[in-house]
Structures are given as structure tokens and as C-alpha cells.
Ligand binder design. Structure first.
Ligand SMILES: NC(=O)C[C@H](N)C(=O)O
Length: 331
């Protein structure tokens, strides 16, 4: 039959990176190779889809801002609205890829596949992983079976939900993991599915960025031994509308920090309890801290950086902690 039409929106990252020599797998410059060159370097893409590229940005993903998220979101929404586009691939640095994937998962109202992809090694390196990752991502984006599953992340032969996948190691090609496992595998251009997300996403999301020019400021404070509330106070003083506590363990909060967070709540700053546990924090309401009494929100299984994304979007709708908590259960 006819090949699906897939648009590749390039944002930079290591998948567009270049090093001085083939042994440079870790020392290189991200965001160097333009999208047309990237596409031309993998001619096999043309066997799974009719592809064209658009250069949205050329940046390393650690420098992604809220403005980048909004601009990218609008670009992707515009593309999926076109009848001649069957799917979209976003190439992205891996450092904040999980945040952008979750953001798109919550804001693009479509059933068409949107796949976010990156690489751990630049294209100039021995055993570069970008070419196969890109081929896999394009194949998945052109797949009818990938529709209505939310925004996907393809890395290292695995298909993940953009909701809960996260970068868990920065020096191996199997960098991305989710506590709940991959949704499927992509092998030789064919998708093999095992499960589908049950959380609200894309077509079924209540969030709308069409008329937004900014997102509310939300900052993340990190929990550790000997913690204090100074960073949270500074965030609030600088204008944060919400703070995420990247808490220890179950989202626990040091008794040194609790009074600061209570004070912020009293001043109208939303407090969200997440967990710094990398393999999968799981924060339960009113466990560790009395959230009902304090008016706090539990981030459930969303890591602090993903909790920031949902909190920003939630605050565009409401700052009622009960409504925000509902969102953390539903998305
Ligand atoms: N592997 C990568 O893509 C890392 C790079 N610093 C980035 O996120 O843009």
C-alpha cells in the first residue's frame, strides 16, 4: 500500500550531535547536524514512510524553556491537524526528553502517533544509536496501531509511554526506563505491542495551550539529609506559583522544611510532594505528611520534573489543591 506520511520536527540534542573522532561517545557537541542532513544520513527511512523534516530549534535539551515547550506544542498541533500528515516524530536531546514527551502527551489533542526520540551517542561515534532510533521512531509514527496510545518515546528498540518513561542512566544506550515497563518493542520496522496506557492523554486531555503565551513558574527543590527551606523561600520570592518537593523516599519532608512549605501554602503557593527516588517514586496522599490538613498535593508516581509539567498545566486551569490532586490521579 501507500507509505504513511511522517514529519520529523528536529529540536537538537545528541541525535544531532557531532564529535571530533569516532571514539568520542561522551565528549562531543550536541545540536550540530541540521534536520535535512539527519534525514539524508538514514536513507532507510524512505522504506517505511514518506518523510520530510522541519527544524524547530537546534539546542541541547538541558536548555529547553517553557517557551520552547509552547512553541513546539503549537507546531506539533498544527502538523497533526493536517490531513496529509499521518504521524509526527520529534527529535530531542535526552536530558529533558521525558518532560517534553509528557508535555505533548498532555496538550496535543489528536489520536495520530507522536513519537519523541533521541540518542545517547552522536552520529559520528562508533556504534552510534541515533540512526536506528530514528528509523524505529519513524516506523512507529507511521503505524496505525500506534494511534490513540498517547505520546510515545522510542529508544533502544523499546516503545515507551511518554507519561512515565525517564532517563535513568546517562552513559548507556538503554538510558530510558519506566517503573511500569515498555508498551512494546520495535524490531526491523515492525511494532509489537504488549500494553497501552490507561491514564488520560492527548484527545482526552483537558489542557489547552492554544491561547497561552506563558506557563506559570514552577520550581523544584531537592530533598536530602540536612535539608532546609531556603531554596523554597527563594523560589517563592522570585515568583514561583508552585514548588515541587523532590522529597526523599515516599515523598517525605524534613521537619526543617515542613514549616517553610506550610508558610508557602498560606501565601497561595501550591506545594506538590514528589520523590527523588530514581527507579520509581510512589507518593501516596496523607502518607508521610498530612496533605489534607496542609492543603498539599501528592505527585503519585510522577517524578519531580514530570510533576513540574503537570503542575504548570494544572495551574492554567485552577489552583484548588483538590482539583490539582484529581489531575495527579487522572493523568
Ligand atoms: N544524549 C543527549 O541528547 C544529551 C544532551 N545533553 C541533550 O539533552 O541535548
Amino acid at each position: 500500500g501507500e507509505l504513511p506520511q511522517v514529519v520529523i520536527v528536529a529540536t537538537g540534542g545528541t541525535i544531532a550531535g557531532a564529535g571530533a573522532s569516532a571514539v568520542n561517545s561522551a565528549s562531543y557537541q550536541a545540536a550540530k547536524v541540521p534536520v535535512d542532513k539527519l534525514l539524508a544520513s538514514v536513507p532507510e527511512l524512505n522504506t517505511v514512510a514518506r518523510v520530510r523534516g522541519e527544524q524547530a530549534f537546534q539546542i541541547a535539551s538541558e536548555s529547553f524553556t517553557n517557551e520552547h515547550l509552547l512553541t513546539l506544542g503549537r507546531k506539533v498541533a498544527e502538523l497533526v491537524a493536517k490531513p496529509d500528515v499521518d504521524g509526527v516524530v520529534v527529535t530531542h536531546g535526552t536530558d529533558t526528553l521525558e518532560e517534553t514527551a509528557f508535555f505533548l502527551n498532555l496538550t496535543i489533542h489528536t489520536d495520530k502517533p507522536i513519537v519523541v526520540v533521541g540518542s545517547m551517542r552522536p552520529g559520528t561515534a562508533l556504534s552510534a544509536d541515533g540512526a536506528l532510533n530514528l528509523y524505529d521512531a519513524v516506523a512507529v509514527a507511521g503505524e496505525p496501531t500506534a494511534r490513540a496510545k498517547g505520546v510515545l518515546v522510542v529508544m533502544d528498540d523499546c516503545i515507551w509511554s511518554g507519561r512515565d518513561v525517564a532517563k535513568t542512566i546517562n552513559i548507556r544506550t538503554d538510558a530510558f526506563q519506566s517503573p511500569w515497563g515498555p508498551l512494546g518493542m520495535i524490531v526491523e520496522g515492525k511494532s509489537y505491542w504488549f500494553r497501552a496506557p490507561v491514564k488520560r492523554h492527548t484527545s482526552n486531555s483537558e489542557f489547552d495551550i492554544a491561547n497561552l503565551t506563558t506557563l506559570p513558574r514552577v520550581d523544584v527543590g531537592y530533598g536530602s539529609g540536612n535539608a532546609n527551606g531556603d531554596a523554597f523561600k527563594a523560589f517563592a520570592a522570585a515568583g514561583a506559583k508552585a514548588v515541587i518537593n523532590a522529597g526523599t523516599g515516599n515523598g517525605s519532608v524534613s521537619k526543617e522544611v515542613v514549616p517553610t512549605l506550610q508558610e508557602l501554602t498560606a501565601r497561595g503557593v501550591t506545594v506538590v510532594r514528589s520523590s527523588r527516588v530514581t527507579g520509581g517514586g510512589f507518593v501516596i496522599r496523607n502518607a508521610e505528611q498530612p496533605d489534607d490538613k496542609y492543603g498539599w498535593v501528592a505527585a503519585h508516581d510522577l517524578n519531580p520534573q514530570k510533576a513540574r509539567i503537570l503542575t504548570m498545566l494544572g495551574l492554567t486551569v485552577t489552583n484548588d489543591p483538590a482539583q490539582l490532586q484529581r489531575m495527579f490521579w487522572e493523568y
